[in-house]
Design a protein. Structure first.
Length: 218
């Protein structure tokens, strides 16, 4: 009996240690793998990669009924995380187009981070995408100016400008500006588009995103 108990606690201890040593967002990526097993994704879909603004867009397919959307956003992720899991996020799919919304959390995790550093993270991700898919369209959605992160807006704006210039110079690449559409007539960010946390969006916010994104969808 003592040996059985010892074996049980040893196995439990090893499992606990293994769980603690897993990298951030490991479970989210495993969930994607399980989802793909249960419901294999079609080829030639539009693949969304990024953070919680995509994760919480649960009904994104309803906004683009004529398209096939595969949403692989996971909340809290940064561009570093997308780079870390690039193989898991890119290799299983054969998309016709990739849209990215990420970068906001990079600054939220480290407010002293410089725009050039986040821009370099994006360039690394873009290069990784091109290893898998050299020719498909890749689009970057501008970092939104979340009211709860107003102190970071200067970094957001500069990073957006760097990525916009980069994407405009690339073949089959585009920059989608959603920040302008989220402002009122006075040029002020509309807080009514956001949930109480002033970070995530209400359906009206996503309607604006959909309007800005639609011309770019293949």
């Amino acid at each position: 009996m003592k040996k059985i108990l010892l074996l049980f606690f040893t196995v439990f201890w090893l499992q606990s240690i293994t769980a603690q040593n897993k990298p951030a967002f490991w479970q989210e990526i495993e969930n994607f793998k399980e989802l793909d097993k249960v419901n294999p994704t079609p080829k030639n879909a539009i693949l969304l990669l990024g953070s919680s603004s995509f994760t919480m867009w649960k009904d994104v397919q309803a906004y683009f009924p004529e398209k096939t959307i595969v949403n692989r956003g996971f909340g809290g992720s940064s561009l570093n995380d997308l780079n870390f899991y690039s193989a898991e996020l890119l290799e299983p799919y054969s998309p016709m187009q990739i849209l990215i919304y990420c970068g906001e959390n990079d600054f939220a995790e480290n407010e002293s981070l410089q725009p050039r550093e986040v821009f370099n993270r994006f360039k690394d991700l873009y290069a990784e995408i091109r290893k898998y898919y050299p020719e498909i369209p890749v689009d970057y959605i501008s970092i939104k100016l979340s009211p709860s992160r107003e102190s970071l807006w200067p970094q957001f704006i500069t990073t957006n400008a760097l990525i916009k210039r980069f994407m405009k110079r690339k073949k089959n690449a585009d920059y989608i500006d959603i920040t302008h559409g989220m402002k009122d007539e006075m040029g002020t960010i509309r807080t009514d588009l956001f949930l109480e946390d002033m970070l995530h969006m209400k359906p009206n916010g996503y309607k604006i995103w959909a309007k800005e994104m639609r011309p770019y969808l293949k």
